[in-house]
Design a protein around this ligand. Sequence first.
Ligand SMILES: [Cu+2]
Length: 197
Amino acid sequence: MENIVKYADNVLIYIIVFCLILLVLITAAMIYFAVRYRKSRTPEASDIRGNLKLELAWMILPTIIALSMFYFGWESFLGLRAVPPDAINIDVNAMQFSWVFIYPNQKESEGLMVVPQGKPVKVNLTSLDVIHSFYLPAFRIKMDAVPNMKTYTWFYADKPGDYHILCAEFCGVGHADMTATLRIVPESEYQKWLNKK
Ligand SMILES: [Cu+2]
């Protein structure tokens, strides 16, 4: 699933659109009822009980809406967990307050993650001290890095360029400085960089 960014954005838009529709409908109904049934016009409240059709409608409709949100969210979650088999594995160690990247040939870099363009990249996470969170906003992924535990996430490195890597879990005084750069470069440049000591 190479279009996770698009998928995640679509789920967000889907949920926001429903929220906006409901916001408008509920607010409009509230204002209408407040005016229509104000005290000067209807001093005596009427006693209304039971309306099967109405009750079924407000049970079934929200259930369908909530389940459809769950369904789209679940679909994109599955895409986030299913790493393509041809992904490059990079181990990422989080620590107060930096990111260390370890490549398949054991090369290490700190604060800079270089990956080749056009490849899926699997990020194998752990932490050397407290809980951190690997956050790559441009690729819509975020995963906790937990001491004594292995977690993972992945992204598709499609467009060359520099992207922000942030820590998204408050981890101490230097938390705000716990940033790194993801650099997507052409394959040949990646190989050159990888084999440079
Ligand atoms: Cu951190």
